[in-house]
Design a protein around this ligand. Structure first.
Ligand SMILES: Nc1ncnc2c1ncn2[C@@H]1O[C@H](COP(=O)(O)OP(=O)(O)OP(=O)(O)O)[C@@H](O)[C@H]1O
Length: 288
């Protein structure tokens, strides 16, 4: 439930694209606290992007509400930076102009030089300073994605909404940007909601992981607390004693438990369902 200090609150969200037939998801309730990094995992089509679009203010839910800092989310805002799976860059602008354009919208009082310096800092972060004068058509898919990431970070939003932002990147670049994201988040206490299909990425980055059951009538089935220590490093993640209990728990959900819940939902057995909070490796009864 929403309290005075709740950063983001989602209450009873559902979405139907068709007037007949069951909703894609239903009864979605969760909170995100300030500075929390939350990942959402679930099979394709369960509605993760739709939920992210509602949080971004780009789509309306059929029922329910989303609040950020106590105000209902209605329409997009520069308080929320979004990175989509597609790159959504302006094709007639250079890489630098794409980032500067967003920075100028956020900070209209800044002069040209300040905007450019600020934008270049974020292009450097994603390894694109040498491409700042290129147009999107001259970039690879991974490079375009990195521009999108730099642009979202550069507006220093209160909340980052990331829809599989690293999916198109090669492993090396992905690792570098994951490390950067971890660094920025710990330095700035950035609040993040991120969709990923990669359980290792979720274990590396998140404070908690929401697991969605399969649609239709998809739910947040479990809220998994990340039991690995906060100072995680990609290189030694798998040496942590909590790593395998955590990983096995997530994979087992995707392979088995998500389908069991779907069957229950189809027979109307999920009315009033509340997600289970699980600490893999700590609450052994929930660890499979
Ligand atoms: N604009 C739309 N009109 C009709 N149906 C839609 C629309 N957008 C999404 N859907 C349907 O809603 C369901 C959820 O879609 P959504 O993209 O939110 O899922 P997802 O979990 O993010 O999937 P993926 O992991 O494949 O990206 C899907 O069945 C999809 O076909």
């Amino acid at each position: 439930m929403q309290t005075e200090n709740t950063f983001l609150a989602v209450e009873n969200l559902s979405k139907s694209y068709k007037s007949d037939g069951p909703p894609v998801f239903d009864g979605i309730n969760f909170n995100i606290e300030r500075g929390e990094f939350v990942c959402i995992i679930g099979h394709s089509g369960c509605g993760k992007t739709t939920i992210l679009n509602v949080l971004a203010g780009l789509e309306d839910a059929t029922t329910g509400y989303a609040y950020m800092l106590g105000r209902e989310i209605k329409g997009p805002s520069l308080d929320r930076g979004v990175v989509f799976q597609g790159h959504a860059l302006m094709p007639w602008m250079t890489v630098l102009q794409n980032v500067c354009f967003a920075v100028k919208s956020k900070y209209p009082d800044w002069n040209r030089e300040k905007i450019a310096t600020h934008s270049k800092k974020y292009l450097e972060m994603v390894g694109l300073v040498n491409a700042e004068n290129k147009k999107p058509s001259e970039l690879s898919g991974g490079m375009k994605q990195r521009v999108g990431i730099a642009r979202a970070f550069a507006i220093e939003p209160k909340m980052l909404l990331l829809d599989e932002p690293f999916g198109a990147l090669d492993a090396l670049t992905r690792g570098v940007i994951q490390d950067e994201l971890l660094k920025i988040c710990s330095e700035t206490a950035q609040t993040v909601f991120m969709i990923t299909h990669d359980v290792d990425e979720a274990i590396l980055l998140s404070d908690k992981i929401m697991l969605m059951s399969n649609g239709p009538n998809a739910r947040i089935a479990e809220i998994v607390v990340n039991t690995l220590p906060k100072d995680r490093k990609r290189a030694n993640l798998h040496h942590d004693p909590m790593y395998y209990p955590m990983r096995n728990h997530l994979v087992d959900f995707l392979v088995n438990r998500s389908k069991d819940l779907q069957a229950k939902g189809a027979s109307g057995g999920l009315d009033g369902y509340q997600p289970v909070i699980v600490r893999p490796g700590v609450d052994e009864s929930h660890t499979h």
